[in-house]
Design a protein around this ligand. Structure first.
Ligand code: ATR
Length: 300
């Protein structure tokens, strides 16, 4: 990206968008890279989505991030979709190239980068479990498949949704996918898994499930690594229980910042200044640098 051109715009398309910390850590990244770019919040109710996406074709727009509830509906409004979008069935990033709009899903590689940075090859050659069967679970399933998981067990409160996820993306992945209920049988179904990833919103601060865990501590296999994509609180009840049993744990902040870093790189063609983005994300959450990384005030 040419650093000397007039100010460019990029922003977050969703409804609501007020809770997101992306504007803070993305703006910090543009400023640190000395790029004349403003990252805005674009609150977009359903009826305004088409018009909002069309504005991105303007010469001064780099693109956008996309969040709830538009991650799927935006696919019909762009000109092309990246491979991850096809697999995950959703996009969280749009990149503008000379009037053309391309949708990407940086949650997939954002999760992979966070996982490998913090936990190495935790999924490679092993059975893994995903709790939840929504859009986040789909992106994580694609990521874990690319990380070489041998089998992916998807457990969800609504069993039909887990089955649908398995039947829709199972044939596209190398790993075998198995669906199960998130009930008393969960411990048995995940007993052989080396990695457990919570992709539900259970435990999220401010939600009805704040303070809860999607799995009882006794259901966690003794040696398994545990990841929670919920980013606020910093340490969810699930991670607390997992860590108490001596398991390696990873919270949602790393994935949140890495998906943002990949978006930054797609928009600008420049390496993202992670050393600036992570502290900015932590500051936006009201955390001091002394506190351990792990969570955010985002929707997750
Ligand atoms: P996202 O796009 O972020 O994945 P989503 O598509 O709304 O969000 O999916 C939310 C996930 O959290 C689902 O797997 C949901 O389970 P159901 O399909 O059974 O609704 C799960 N979830 C939300 N609240 C839950 C709760 N209290 N207990 C268990 N799972 C819950």
């Amino acid at each position: 990206m040419n650093r000397s051109t007039a100010q460019k715009l990029v922003g977050l398309i969703g409804h609501p968008v007020g809770h997101s910390i992306s504007p803070q850590f993305q703006q910090a990244a543009f400023d640190a890279s000395r790029l004349s770019v403003r990252y805005e919040r674009w609150d977009t109710p359903d009826g305004e989505l088409k018009r909002r996406v069309e504005t991105l074709r303007g010469a001064n727009y780099l693109g956008a991030n996309v969040t709830v509830p538009h991650k799927q509906s935006v696919l019909e409004l762009v000109d092309a979709v990246a491979e991850e979008v096809r697999l995950a069935g959703a996009a969280n990033c749009i990149v503008h190239h000379a009037g053309r709009l391309v949708a990407h899903n940086t949650d997939v590689d954002g999760f992979r980068r966070a996982l490998t940075e913090e936990m190495g090859a935790a999924a490679a050659g092993r059975p893994v479990a995903i709790i939840g069967a929504g859009g986040a679970a789909r992106a994580v399933a694609v990521a874990l498949d690319r990380e070489g998981a041998s089998e992916i067990v998807v457990l969800n409160r609504g069993l039909e949704r887990a089955r649908r996820l398995a039947s829709e993306i199972g044939p596209l992945l190398r790993a075998s996918l198995r669906a199960g209920p998130l009930d008393g049988d969960a411990a048995r179904l995940i007993s052989a898994c080396g990695l457990i990833v919570n992709c539900t919103s259970v435990g999220l601060a401010g939600s009805a499930d704040e303070g809860s865990s999607p799995l009882p501590a006794a259901a966690l296999p003794p040696g398994a690594a545990v990841v929670d994509i919920v980013a606020n609180p910093l340490v969810t009840p699930l991670l607390e229980a997992a860590a108490r049993g001596g398991r390696p744990v990873l919270g949602g902040l790393a994935m949140l910042v890495h998906q943002g870093a990949l978006s930054f790189e797609l928009w600008t063609g420049l390496p993202a200044p992670l050393n600036v983005m992570l502290p900015a994300a932590r500051a936006a959450m009201g955390l001091s640098d002394a506190e351990q990384p792990g969570a955010a005030k985002g929707s997750r």
